[in-house]
Structures are given as C-alpha cells and as structure tokens.
Design a protein. Structure first.
Lengths: 340, 340
C-alpha cells in the first residue's frame, strides 16, 4: 500500500488539512488530545511528512512567481533580473508580486498562489514576517518554494544567502582600522534574518576590539523614510554623535547623506559611512560611498537554477540546502581616514 | 438579434479570429478578396468593432497585470508603486511582467495573458515595439489595456504621459541660458514615443535660438551599457566635444558621469548635463545632477485609477483619452554656469 498524503490523512481523521498539518508540527494552536490522535494515525498509515518527495506534477503552468518586498530597491531589482535570465532560458514566465513589507499582504499573496497557478515560488519575506505557516501551507499544496536573502529558517527548502555575518565583521573592522572609535549601527526590523546577522558581525568585531557600544548606538529603523530621517538626525545632531555609521541597508545610508547635508557634517572627516548596497551610482556620490555589495544578480540566478533543477525533474519537494554566496567590500571615500 | 462578436463572425466565415481582426483593420497581411468577404459579412451581421463596449464581464480574477520593460529603473519602480497603491485599496492583486526591452517577449506575455487570467493590463511598451497587433488582439479578447509613458498611439484606450515635448524645450532653454552653445542629445531607440517627443522639444528650442546641430550631436544609444559607454566616450574624447549633454533617460546621464570621470572632464565647467530622471540620489551625486523629473508614482496611480473606473463598472472597453501630467525641472549643479 502506498503511503497516504496529508489530504488523505486529514480525510481519514475527519479534520481539516490545516489542523493536521499544525498538529504534526506540534503547534500550540492544537490541543494535546488532537495531536495524539493525529500522530497515532499518521504512524499507523505510514504517513510521510514529505509526500511530494516522489510526487510528479502533471499540469505545468510554465510560470514561476517571485514574491519580494519591493522593486524600488536596487538589490531586489537585480535579483529579479537574475531570476528572469534563467526563466527565459527555460521558456518560463515570471510573475512578480510585491508585499511592500506588509505581512498580511504576503499571506494573501500566498493564499492567491495556492491554486497551482504557478509551478514554483522564489521569495524574500517582509521585515515583519515572524512566522512561516503560510509558506508551509504552500509547500503542503505541492508548490515548491526557494528562499533568498530574507529567509525563514523553519522552512525546509533551498535558501540562498550571502555571508552577512563575516561581511558585518569586515566592514566594522575597516571602520576601526580607519580610526572609528564610536560606531552606530542602523538596523532594520527585528525579524529580518540577514540584518540580525549583520548586526551580530558588527557587535562581534567591536567586542574583539574591546569597544563597548552604548545602547543608543543601535538605531532601529523601519520602512518610513521620514521616521528614519528623524531618528538619524537625532543620532547625529548632538555633540555626543558617533564618528562612524554602519548602515544595514542602502536606504539608510543615503538618508544619512541627506541628514549630513542638512546638519553640515562632513563625510568622512566628521563621520565615516559604510553600508550594504547595490547602488549603481555609489561611486558617483559626493563623497563616493563605501559599500558591502551582495552579488544580487547571482543570488537571483542561483535561486532560479535550484528551483529549475527540481521543476525539470517534476519534483516539488526541495530538500534543505544553504547556499552562501560572497559579498564584496568596495572601499571608497565615505569610510576612509583621508588624513592618514 | 444581438450583434455578433468577433469570435462568432470568424466562425461563420470559417476564418481564424486573427485573420478576421486583421482584415477588419485593413492589414497588408490579408488579401483583397478575403478583406471584401469579411467586410461584407460584418456589415450583413451588424458586427460591432467594439463588442465589449456594453459587455459585462462575469468572472473576475481580481488581478491586474503590469507589463513594463524593466524594474531596475527608478521610473518604472515608482510607477509600479503608484499602481499598487490603488490596487491595494481595490483589494486586487498586481502581477508584474518584465519584457526586458524584448519585443518578442512582450508578444509572448500578451499571448500568455489572453486567457483572462487578469481583468486588465497596465503597460509601457519596449523600445523596439514598432507595431501593436498584439495589444489589439488582447483588447479584442475583452481585456482592457491602459498605457502609460511608452504608449502605442494606434491603440484606442486611455494613455497617461507627461509633457515630454515642453520639458524637452525647457531643459534645452536652461542649458542655453547657462551658456551652452553645442549641445548633444543622447537618444534611446527610434521607436520610443516619449524619446521622440523629448528630442523634438530639444530640436525646436535649438531652432528658436538659431543653433544648428551637427548630425553627430544626436547619439542613438540602446539598452547595452557597454555600447552606450563607448558611444558617449567617442562623443567626448576629441577636441570637438560638445559643451553640454541632454540625456533622454537617466541611465545615459550616469554613464556620462562615469565617462567624464575616466576622461577627467569637469562637470559643469567643461560639460553641462541635464537628464530625465527619477534618481533618488540625484542631489547627492558629485556634482548634484539636474533633472527633469516625471511624477512617476502619480502616473502609475492615475493609470490604475482610470483602469478601475471601468473595471468597477464591469466595462472592458476604455475609450481614447490622453491624460498628460507635468514633469518638474530640478536645477542642480551639473547644468549651471557656476561662474555667472
């Protein structure tokens, strides 16, 4: 007898698929007695938690979805181009969905995609995505997901990221080597995995150099430009301002440039700046902006290649795999001790 | 008896829909005898060329498609955000398709959208789109199109553009007022309606000022960064170089900055620059970049509002309407005679 799938198991138990799925994941939303009943029946019927491992998809839509927070963002725009370069070769259409950092919208989009209108989904979650049930549900429907950059660790699949922790350390070391003694970190969203890693690298490097950071040197920014402008201005307007800024994302660095213009703070003499960025005009800024640049196009391309490796074989189950690409440190004028 | 629609007419004539549609439009692809036969039958059966004018759509997908050349482009990224702001209110999903300036890909995307997977399409065509049959076909299937920025004049629908001709004149006048006597125009694609208008405004203003342009002052660029870099370098490297550049799109201005860096040409002392641009960091460049800035977000928003005005009433026929929004001239350092 073939092993049952989730849908069959739910039917036999007379429970919803979602309840069974949650019970199998030991969710707090499901009572203990239901969990026991589900687990016993799953064992009895030899239920495999990965029913799609050997499952063949029949109806192909020849379409993949890309779900990202934003396109007015150099990183995501380049990653999308990388994805498209592979899809084009495979004669696939690419649909792009934007979440605009809205977790509820991300959930609605996933719901919308449930009906197999696409063969696979490549995604980067919002800054507010703090649980991944909606992604798990999509996988259970037999639609594979590949995650890139902003990932959910809990989801079993291929995840493409960059060496954010090491890059965070290297950028911090570079600032210290150029004389920075009091560095502020501009953070973005507590839930964003990559920002956490960048911050950990930053803090680790400070510790290695016996530099103690005041709590107000970690500035938690968000997706409002005006609010970020104020926060950065508050940080820089007093006499106790830091001598360097490490911005976790590009937008916060360009906002810092604008604040410095208003406050007449000279970069890099009065304030050194470095940031994660894919800004094409970084070298044309005044002064030129030092960046840690992610291989955004390559990340998108790799994510798509992994997706098609499975789609080509009609497989909808993608096993866990962490693919880490390397970022490059571009040292320009904004972060250097020019008087050295 | 109700009037027949295109599909019924084609069936009665035992011809394909596309043949009938082309015959009705007097296409050169269709022979004279077929055209006569089609026109006679159309008259006999009271065929209406706009069968969707009064037609009500039943199955709504609650989804609109946005078809644009590129997202690694500040203008389109902002326009998409404008569209999304309206769609969000209407509880609609937005699918984004990228043509990457590939006319064949644009046609494939239109074919893909024919099966009513979306309720409407908002689009800006590729730089190589030189005929609009694929758009006409989509309209005939009862899927409304609203065009913005790069439009097809032949298609009957709402078209949202900016005052490109006047802006082209104003930017040119500004350069002349600041002492420019030999201005080069960096063009992009012969088919792009808006670039043609910008160039016409440029030439008109030169004529008004009795300035004669050499043919080599109109540089036809394309979508290859490397090729554009070489073309601009060739323009600027000799002694006979122009004293100002008017770039029809942002990318060509930032490439000019890079060429000037390599050739050690000082902006604006040796060369003045102005361009159409939505670059968020224009004021942070060295020197700050003068721009004609289109209200990209507003354009997207307006296009979506027009679309929903008809979708809300279940109408799929959108009559011709030209909506023109105004661009703003931002004079910064790159175009000014600073010694004045």
């Amino acid at each position: 007898m073939a092993a049952v799938n989730l849908k069959e198991l739910a039917k036999i138990l007379n429970l919803s698929i979602s309840t069974v799925s949650k019970a199998l994941r030991d969710s707090h939303e499901i009572g203990a007695s239901t969990k026991e009943r589900v687990l016993a029946k799953a064992k009895e019927l030899d239920y495999s938690p990965n029913p799609f491992a050997s499952g063949l998809r029949r109806n192909k839509s020849k379409t993949v979805a890309v779900v990202v927070p934003e396109v007015a963002n150099n990183y995501f725009a380049l990653a999308i181009n990388g994805i498209e370069s592979v899809a084009q070769e495979k004669d696939y259409h690419v649909l792009i969905y934007l979440t605009h950092e809205d977790f509820e919208k991300e959930k609605r989009i996933m719901k919308h995609l449930e009906n197999k209108r696409v063969d696979g989904i490549l995604m980067s979650v919002t800054m507010h995505t703090n649980q991944c049930d909606h992604l798990f549900d999509i996988q259970q429907k037999g639609i594979p997901i590949v995650m890139f950059d902003r990932i959910c660790h809990e989801i079993e699949t291929a995840k493409i990221t960059t060496d954010d922790y090491i890059s965070g350390m290297n950028a911090t070391k570079h600032l210290i080597d150029n004389g920075a003694k009091d560095i502020a970190f501009l953070s973005l969203g507590d839930e964003v995995s990559i920002v956490q890693k960048r911050k950990s690298g930053f803090l680790e490097e400070l510790e290695k150099n016996n530099i103690v950071t005041a709590p107000n040197r970690i500035v938690n920014c968000n997706d409002s430009d005006e609010s970020n402008y104020q926060k950065i201005k508050n940080l820089l307007k007093g006499k106790q301002r830091p001598d360097a800024i490490f911005a976790s994302v590009e937008k916060l660095a360009t906002t810092t440039y604008e604040v410095c213009k208003e406050l007449k703070i000279n970069i890099p003499q009065d304030l050194k700046i470095i940031c994660f960025s894919n800004l094409a005009t970084a070298s044309l800024l005044s002064p030129s902006l030092s960046t840690i640049t992610q291989p955004a196009y390559e990340i998108g391309k790799t994510a798509a290649e992994v997706m098609f490796k499975y789609l080509d074989k009609n497989k909808t189950y993608i096993p866990n795999e962490n693919i880490v690409l390397h970022s490059t440190l571009f040292i320009r004028d904004s972060s250097q001790n020019l008087s050295k």
